[in-house]
Design a protein. Structure first.
Ligand code: G3D
Length: 173
């Protein structure tokens, strides 16, 4: 993926724990195909053309390991945060909750809308969005717009709709 960000196009940050499925879903949105992914080393970026009038530039900044000094640079023009969780991984929900809380504590993200993607909904016994919402303590975020949607990056389910909703959240904020 090249650096195809455009200043006219709203910038969206994609975050989440490693293995949540960020690279898979971004690759799926960008190419319509599942591509082989490897642990995110640099930041991936791509422009999603959702319809004729709607594009979003999405930065996949990885997970907590990417919270290195320069990651905050990417928050400057961030219009929405998309936080991806593996909804089939109950054990790591407390860790995801902590990371999300820390990220949202960033001054630069004050008032920025949040979309949580409850990924891997194709996996049997994955959590419902209600469960994920509770586990991540989403109702406590009263000072920002937030939404949660289920999706499967592997199968491509719910992704287009989720990013259209991200665009709506940006317009409402
Ligand atoms: P990351 O970029 O957040 O670190 P990846 O995560 O995109 O690398 O995905 C981690 C693993 O989860 C990959 O499996 C990938 O195929 C799988 N995965 C991603 N999205 C989904 C999904 O929606 N459903 C299912 N069932 N699996 C998914 P491997 O085996 O390559 O580690």
């Amino acid at each position: 993926m090249g650096q195809s960000g455009s200043s006219a196009c709203p910038q969206v940050i994609l975050m989440g724990l490693d293995s949540a499925g960020k690279s898979t879903l971004l690759a799926r949105m960008l190419t319509g195909q599942v591509v082989t992914t490897s642990p995110t080393i640099g930041f991936n970026v791509g422009t999603l053309n959702l319809d004729k009038k709607t594009s979003l530039t999405v930065w996949d900044v990885g997970g907590q390991k990417s919270m290195r000094p320069n990651w905050r640079y990417y928050l400057d023009d961030c219009k929405a945060l998309v936080f991806v969780v593996d909804s089939s991984d109950r054990e790591r929900m407390p860790e995801a909750q902590k990371v999300l809380k820390k990220v949202l504590g960033e001054e630069k993200l004050r008032g920025v809308p949040l979309m949580v993607l409850a990924n891997k909904k194709d996996v049997a016994k994955s959590m419902t969005i209600r469960e994920v919402s509770t586990q991540l303590d989403l109702p406590s975020y009263k000072d920002r717009l937030w939404e949660i949607q289920a999706c499967s990056g592997l199968e491509g389910l719910g992704l287009h709709q989720a990013f259209m909703s991200v665009n709506k959240l940006i317009k409402r904020s």
